[in-house]
Design a protein around this ligand. Structure first.
Ligand SMILES: [Zn+2]
Length: 331
């Protein structure tokens, strides 16, 4: 299993060839990964500038709304691949690209892995996901036909990319983290459905799936900052607030009313594996008027909000990936 190919093993093999001194000089995958990152570091990890840079690119007109099978979709995929490479996160499959077998056009999930640090638990995975595709060009409004998909879902993609950057620079949690950017979500969760089925067939051991969708604009008048879809289906919300040390996650009644649990990529994993699989979001149907419209632009995102949420999600991911067996469970 790939998840057991730890950096240490790779470094050992590599060290035999070129000598450990040179390996240290080169940096390799080991050095920063063995550093234990402090909670204070997590609390100040990301900032508005980092978020803005990512969303600005993904939601730019140059990517033409990142529709599946288009040049813009390919540019987005290549960008994510490049970022994972830059963070020295290795591919989970043979390459970063998981080709979708259930979509007519050539399209991909982009998938990397951060091997867990506990020999007992590294064979279990927490999948962190966000879809990077959007709906491309649509009927123009005021002359603009590009649905940029800044909130949907360059915001969730940026959140996941920042989580990847954080965990690539610290000692990994006990369980392995699979970083999955899904394609073809807008076609009906096709990227995640393909991947969940593929992993299931390979005997993948899934502990939990945490998905990030539309996190670009804050909710008003709530005593929590993020809602969880399928809130009542597991004890994840309760654990998340314990790990975050605040009332970070809440229940949004409209999410239940519109059955959002089944409307994003978490559902593909719940379906295949029957384990806790949820989406974190801050879109509450009243705080953003540009859903699936050309006006869903980067300039309408609140990057300070995005980075504040991201920094509070870090201990949640850490906690879930380190949780003692049996702690996180379906209700
Ligand atoms: Zn959408």
């Amino acid at each position: 299993m790939r998840g057991r190919n730890t950096c240490r093993q790779a470094a050992r093999a590599c060290g035999m060839l070129i000598g450990s001194a040179l390996l240290l000089l080169l940096g390799g995958c080991g050095s920063s990964r063995n550093r234990v990152c402090s909670p204070e570091e997590a609390a100040h990890f990301s900032d508005a500038r980092h978020m803005e840079k990512i969303v600005d690119y993904l939601a730019s007109d140059a990517l033409e709304g990142r529709n599946t099978g288009t040049e813009g979709g390919e540019l987005a995929a290549a960008y994510l691949e490049g970022q994972l490479k830059q963070y020295q996160i290795v591919p989970y499959f043979a390459t970063y690209r998981d080709t979708l077998s259930n979509v007519g056009e050539l399209s991909f999930n982009i998938v990397g892995v951060i091997p867990g640090s506990d020999p007992e638990l590294a064979g279990e995975f927490v999948v962190l996901g966000a879809h990077y595709d959007h709906i491309g060009r649509i009927a123009p409004i005021e002359g603009d036909s590009i649905a940029n998909g800044a909130n949907d879902n360059a915001s969730g993609t940026a959140t996941l990319l920042e989580l990847a950057r954080y965990f690539s620079g610290c000692r990994a949690p006990a369980r392995s983290l699979l970083i999955a950017f899904f394609g073809a979500e807008e076609r009906g969760l096709l990227g995640s459905a393909h991947m969940a089925a593929r992993l299931k067939q390979q005997g993948f051991r899934l502990h939990a799936m945490l998905n990030f969708e539309m996190t670009g604009v804050p909710m008003a008048d709530k005593d929590y900052q993020v809602y969880l879809t399928g809130y009542e289906k597991s004890n994840l919300a309760e654990l998340a607030n314990e790990y975050a040390g605040s009332n970070l996650v809440g229940l949004l009644p409209a999410a239940q009313e519109y059955n959002l649990f089944q409307r994003s990529d978490n559902y593909s994993f719940f379906n295949e594996f029957g384990v806790p699989a949820h989406t974190f979001s801050t879109f509450d149907f009243t705080n953003y008027n540009y859903y699936h419209k050309p006006g869903d632009e980067a300039s309408r995102m609140d990057f300070g909000h995005m980075s504040a949420v991201l920094n509070q999600l870090i201990p949640v991911v850490q906690g879930v990936a380190n949780a003692p067996p049996g702690n996180l469970k379906l209700n």
